[in-house]
Design a protein around this ligand. Structure first.
Ligand code: MLT
Length: 329
């Protein structure tokens, strides 16, 4: 049996057994699918960048989540790579242009964890509005702080959704029954398309000025990095809550901490960080911040879906078949 390169390929390769380097935790269901296709599945998690470069040499496929940086050096070391599979949505940790240049197909699992991400967003909104983690921690530490943690209702508030893509729309559907006004800024979504989802499309400044709660749902790109920095945070309502489950760096952590210090925001819930893993951030340890360690996709269901979908894509790429979720074919 041979493994022709998939459609983005420029090099040729053939062999009996393809080695699939799995560099981050992948659901067993995905690993089983890769093995069932006859591949040599080499699971090596927690590799340093040097170790990754060594391990990827000679592998035909590399499977990752969000922690592994697949930059031009890694792609150069992966001299036999046919495909890079991202078990999840975001591709900001993959240099797609460098992969394309080398004829390496990049694919992801774009629908695998969107429901989990939307549910996590709603969970953080409610936790932030009612100070659930802070009150829990106080009680766990033996303090009955009933008077300290008065919260804010979601009812009849204006929710500003920045990015009305897959996750943004699911958040809108899930939060709508709280009887809220939904507004959104998304330069790629028309007013008509927003209306169909019961969302009023507005300009970014208007969203900042009107929202009681702002939630971010866009990829991190050069355009979106630092989008919520000092200047734009100053336009928010002084009681506004901000939720970031999208990508670190879209919300400037230092500027957000300074805005909280200056009483220019009500609170922040954050799941993603400029640098991950993050054990230090100006947002950590504050009573007005709820912070979680990039858990948006961390459900059994989403991980199963991501593992299965990416294994299917990688198997197709290695078989030389069309890959539905290829991003550079
Ligand atoms: C994604 O982009 O799919 C999510 O952030 C989850 C993950 O990185 O695994």
């Amino acid at each position: 049996m041979t493994w022709p390169r998939a459609s983005a390929a420029s090099q040729t390769w053939s062999g009996d057994v393809a080695r699939v380097l799995v560099a981050e935790t992948l659901a067993d269901a995905g690993l089983d699918l890769l093995r069932a296709a006859g591949h040599d599945v080499d699971v090596r998690t927690g590799l340093s960048p040097d170790e990754l470069r060594d391990a990827v040499a000679g592998a035909q496929a590399l499977v990752i989540r969000s922690a592994t940086q697949v930059n031009a050096d890694v792609l150069a070391a992966g001299d036999s790579l046919v495909v890079v599979g991202r078990a999840g949505v975001g591709l900001d940790n993959v240099d797609v242009a460098a992969a394309t240049e080398r004829g390496v197909l990049v694919c992801n699992a774009p629908y695998s964890n969107v429901v989990s991400a939307a549910e996590m967003t709603v969970a953080l909104m409610l936790a932030l509005a009612r100070h659930v983690p802070q009150a829990h921690q106080a009680l766990a530490d033996g303090r009955w702080e009933r008077n300290r943690w008065g919260g804010m209702e979601i009812y009849r508030k204006t929710i500003g959704i920045v990015g009305l893509g897959r996750v943004g729309r699911l958040v809108a559907q899930r939060i709508a029954p709280f009887d809220v006004a939904l507004i959104s800024y998304d330069p790629y979504v028309s007013a008509e398309s927003g209306r169909a989802a019961d969302v009023e499309m507005v300009e970014f400044d208007e969203l900042l000025e009107r929202s009681d709660i702002i939630t971010l749902h866009m990829p991190r790109t050069p355009e979106t990095a630092g989008l919520l920095g000092a200047e734009n945070l100053a336009k928010c309502r002084s009681h506004a809550l901000i939720v970031n489950t999208a990508r670190g760096g879209i919300l400037d952590e230092a500027a957000a901490a300074a805005a909280l210090d200056g009483g220019r925001l009500g609170g922040i819930a954050v799941d993603v960080y400029e640098t991950e893993p993050a054990t230090e951030s100006p947002l950590f340890g504050r009573p007005d911040v709820v912070a979680t360690p990039h858990l948006g996709a961390s459900t059994a269901e989403a991980q199963d879906r991501a593992g299965i979908q990416i294994a299917e894509q990688v198997n197709l790429a290695l078989a030389g078949d069309p890959v539905p979720y290829a991003v550079n074919a």
